[in-house]
Design a protein around this ligand. Sequence first.
Ligand code: ADP
Length: 236
Amino acid sequence: MKKSDVKLLVEGKRIDRRKPEEMRDVEMEIGVIEKADGSAMVRFGNTIAVAAVYGPRTLHPKYLQEAETGIIRCRYNMAPFSVVDRKSPGPDRRSIELSKVIRLALEPAIFMEEFPRAVIDVYVEIIQADGSTRVTGINAASLALASAGVPMKDLVAACSVGKIEDTLILDLCGIEDNNSEADVAFAYMPVLDEVTLLQMDGRLDTEELETLIKMAKESCLKIHKMQRKAIKGWFG
Ligand code: ADP
């Protein structure tokens, strides 16, 4: 069921003139925060995420340390100016959930056991929000981790897929997200063929979900290619 009467598809084209399986314009830049050990900006259309990584560094206080492994801490934050109606600053239930979701999506990619008693802090700041902010944040964080030289099994690539007006689509923008029949956040390590995040909101039948996962994997392969290019360009 649609939540409003917004018409999201006209003659097979979406509200921003994209075809159902078309991604928005993607931009990636590494090294955007000078003081961080690693950082990156990723833009999907009008959604812009900046990620900064600090560490691995010794974790204090000591009682939080793990003797056999390092830990990763994530903070997702949406800037008050990132949306049209000013968002109230500070953490809320949504940002606490998304911080955890981003951490869980990144953790499988990192060789945590290589830095016992240490912590890696990952900050994801959404400076402009127009749908799919968590997946844009995961792409940026993954690049920031790699640019910090954190030992990784693979880069995590992420995208959103969903359903509007009975049509399966890729990379939801804000208005689509808010009026979708279903939306799925997906993160994936293409080299290892390992899914690190699969979150679904709404209703889909099994066949639709399978088609969307296939679509998401194909899109993640393209994103992964762009990430590798950005990393190669950074390290020269
Ligand atoms: P995601 O951004 O990962 O898709 P949500 O589904 O929670 O996560 O949010 C969908 C979209 O709704 C966001 O990308 C953003 O465009 C919009 N949004 C979320 N929170 C707010 C808010 N507090 N004020 C205005 N818009 C918001």
